[in-house]
Write a protein that binds this ligand. Structure first.
Ligand code: GCO
Ligand code: MN
Ligand code: MN
Length: 390
């Protein structure tokens, strides 16, 4: 029997160089794993099996202070590893947070020279990502924020950010690149408060950009959960707006520091509804596992972490298929929704005559309010399917 949970290229699963390459360093302790070169990370992903793509920040591939000769050698080795593993570069991004020059932000810095440098660095990041055939470019404003609002006018910060994105959209188009830009929100960490803290903030910004069609979002499970929000709803808003250009899958306990746990490992029920949403609505972009293995993991366990991320997604995808096909679920779903083409037609678009008809309608409020909604049973059946009780 074929293994239903074995990933293939069609699943479009990707990992970042910084995720499987994570050395286990945290604010309280040094690395627990060896530093791997970009080529070694790609080879590790090849060993994992079923990985479609790899993603990088400019400086994950080429260190910020590399000479031209060093850069050429790293790129050559990386390209050779991509070839041997048949892994493609899916997404590129810029590190606008690691170097001290960005200690007070990049596009939103108070220093015009830092803002210009950030844009120049991103132009080069776009060149590098295009060189390797990436199709998505992510913007995560790691340092775009403050510890104290005395530091910056937050309205000015929004304007500076918009102007940088507008400039870079034009740069990409003028350079003949076919990128889609995906904006990634996060409420805090590393800054005390970050601008554009939720996916919804970016969805509100996008229509005000010069090239709104080029720009979408890259929501991340952990980031929305850090803000105490329902991630599935954030993704639904993006999908509905046609703006889900990329997604960062990981997991996170609510109310904790940024944990970057393996997808589905902390909140499997949320993960289930997320996978169901993506599959039901036929999201066909890359699914990027932006997470890292426990600090205790060695190389073999990092491989298990990567395999487990994809396997959990595919298990939940199969659960979603069962949920959709389940007789009892179907019958419960029929019970809970009452459709009426006539009534829907009445409220589908305003006309004076529809408003008049609606105004004259008599509703039996008590009867409507007393309808049975067996959501307890529906939720329990969902849990049974999830827990493997048939
Ligand atoms: C984080 C972010 C990053 C970004 C990455 C891509 O919490 O550190 O999720 O991992 O996704 O920088 O731009
Ligand atoms: Mn994150
Ligand atoms: Mn991320």
């Amino acid at each position: 029997m074929p293994d239903t949970y074995k990933p293939t290229m069609r699943d479009k699963f990707t990992f970042g160089l910084w995720t499987v390459g994570n050395t286990g360093r945290d604010p309280f302790g040094g690395p627990t794993r060896a530093v791997l070169t970009p080529a070694e990370i790609v080879d590790l992903l090849g060993e994992v099996g079923g990985v479609c793509g790899v993603n990088f920040h400019d400086n994950d591939l080429v260190p910020i202070d590399a000479t031209e000769a060093e850069a050429a050698e790293i790129k050559r080795d990386f390209a050779a590893a991509l070839k041997r593993t048949k892994i493609q570069v899916a997404m590129g991004t810029t590190n606008l947070f690691g170097d001290p020059v960005f200690k007070d932000g990049a596009f939103t810095s108070n220093d015009a020279e830092v803002r210009a440098y950030a844009i120049q660095k991103t132009m080069r990041g776009l060149d590098l990502a295009a060189e390797f055939g990436a199709r998505v470019f992510v913007f995560w404003g790691g340092r775009e924020g403050v510890e104290t609002d005395a530091a910056k006018d937050p309205v000015e910060a929004v304007r500076r950010f918009r102007s940088a994105i507008d400039f870079l959209c034009d740069y990409a188009v003028e350079s003949g690149y076919e990128f889609r830009f995906a904006l990634e929100a996060k409420p805090n960490e590393p800054r005390g408060h970050m601008y554009f803290p939720t996916t919804g903030h970016y969805l509100a910004l996008i229509p005000s950009l010069k090239r709104p069609e080029m720009v979408g979002v890259n929501p991340e499970v952990a980031h929305e959960h850090m803000a105490g929000l329902n991630f599935v709803h954030a993704v639904a808003a993006a999908l509905e707006a046609g703006k889900l250009f990329h997604i960062d899958l990981n997991d996170q306990e609510f109310g904790r520091y940024d944990q970057d746990f393996r997808f589905g490992s902390a909140n499997p029920k949320h993960a289930f509804f997320l996978v169901k949403l993506l599959e039901d609505h036929k999201y066909d972009g890359f699914k990027h596992f932006d997470s890292h293995a426990f600090r205790t993991a060695d190389r073999d366990d990092v491989i298990e972490f990567a395999r487990g991320s994809m396997r959990s997604y595919l298990i939940l995808k199969e659960k979603a298929r069962r949920w959709n096909a389940d007789k009892e679920i179907k019958s419960l779903l029929r019970k809970i929704s009452r459709a009426s083409k006539d009534i829907d037609a009445l409220t589908a678009g305003f006309t004076a005559s529809r408003a008049e008809t609606l105004g004259a309608m008599a509703f039996d409020r008590e009867k409507l309010g007393s309808r049975a909604l067996p959501y307890e049973r529906l939720d329990q059946r969902t849990m049974e399917i999830l827990l493997g009780v048939d």
